[in-house]
Design a protein around this ligand. Sequence first.
Ligand SMILES: Cc1cc2nc3c(=O)[nH]c(=O)nc-3n(C[C@H](O)[C@H](O)[C@H](O)COP(=O)(O)OP(=O)(O)OC[C@H]3O[C@@H](n4cnc5c(N)ncnc54)[C@H](O)[C@@H]3O)c2cc1C
Length: 440
Amino acid sequence: MLINKLFDTAIIGGGVAGSSLLFTLARYTNLNNIILFEKYDEVSQLNSNPKANSQTLHVGDIESNYTYEKAKKVKESSSMVSNYIKRFNGVDSCGFVKDKMLLAVGEEEIIELKNRFNEFKSLYPYLELWDREFLEEFEPKLVEGRDEPILAMGVRGEITTVDYKKLSESFIQEALNTEKNIQMRYNEEVIKIEKENNIYKITTDTTSFKAKSLVVNAGAYSLLFAQSMGYGEDYAILPIGGSFFFTKEKLLNSKVYTMQNPKLPFAAVHADPDLTENWNTRFGPTAFALLKLERYHKLHLKDLISALNIDKSVTQVYLNLFKDKSIRSYILKNFLEEIPHFGKEIFIRDARKIIPSLSASDLKFADGYGGMRPQIIDKRKRELLLGEAKIKEDGIIFNMTPSPGATSSLYIAWQDAKSICEILNASFDSEKHKLEILNN
Ligand SMILES: Cc1cc2nc3c(=O)[nH]c(=O)nc-3n(C[C@H](O)[C@H](O)[C@H](O)COP(=O)(O)OP(=O)(O)OC[C@H]3O[C@@H](n4cnc5c(N)ncnc54)[C@H](O)[C@@H]3O)c2cc1C
């Protein structure tokens, strides 16, 4: 076994972020020795699990919180995932072609949707406008019992749904298929990282390893590792839980997203055909502050306290959030939605925006589903960051990836792989990467 030698790169975390980096390094760089640590017995047991997230590839076409400029970037990064899925035989195992739409309800939203359609059509030429008559045939449940006018901007024939766990497994398999020395260390929890003479010493619960470079893709724990080494003191984590509701029978064939409130991106209700439940309709997610770092695993109080990193500036961010009326009522509503049995009586009001004829008795709380978004607070700016965060120091990178981090996994991996190559004076095969991952 080569495990005690000095590795070129070590990766902590076998979610979609860690596994996409493993694949990118193994296939497109000349680095030979790579090790990945995952504390559970399989990859993607936390947020990258299909039961934890909404299984959506966020392309930017129906996400009404994105500006044109943001959508352009998102289009590039998300296409890396669909290109991978197509090239590495992942259609119908990792990625699925399912129709999707952005639904506008009422005159005001319809005007906004039409404007959006005209603006975004050049970026996404496949977009279609679907009127009530079309929807009546295509997704009758959207129209049944509805008085308000509706219009949808829809997409057919594209990969929209991803099993990010299967994708992680595929990344790992493709990395193992290369000639490189890839060490997969499952059931091995990293407990300490130290830097000695430009080499990283990684201590796990059983032994220790050395690496010239290190990437920590451990969700909320990435920040804890960073802070244990004196980095990222300006950040704190606000752990946001997300739950789901299933309908008792399958009611929709497509993903149906609704118009977002710009103050609460990714908070608007959506309905998704769920790949773990025979494509039954899953509504959600809700969003509520939860004092946990992992939704369905044991809580380490010490880790939670470190992640919350509460001080005056963090408290100020909480207060600012509460000061805003729409955010305040959103927090309260989502809190009530978690109350057993009663919760769905509240949630149904949102769900009816999509299916007006739905009643609370048609819904059941999705037990065992849902994840934790490690939402980042920037203490210096006293604000809640809405996307991913990265701390990059000499030879070490820490990634924190709330939504929609799974969609951007290959893009982040590409950036990190290039940084590692620069540091280690290694080469990145941009031509092969462009051919296989960047180009359609
Ligand atoms: C409710 C919800 C809905 C979402 N919907 C979407 C969506 O539709 N589309 C999308 O793109 N994104 C979505 N996201 C976000 C997406 O799930 C995450 O961005 C993504 O899964 C993060 O991947 P990751 O690998 O960074 O983290 P994770 O998948 O959480 O993986 C981290 C890994 O690190 C391991 N680990 C942690 N500490 C250690 C240690 N000390 N030693 C060894 N291993 C360790 C963990 O066991 C875990 O396997 C959603 C998130 C939530 C919560």
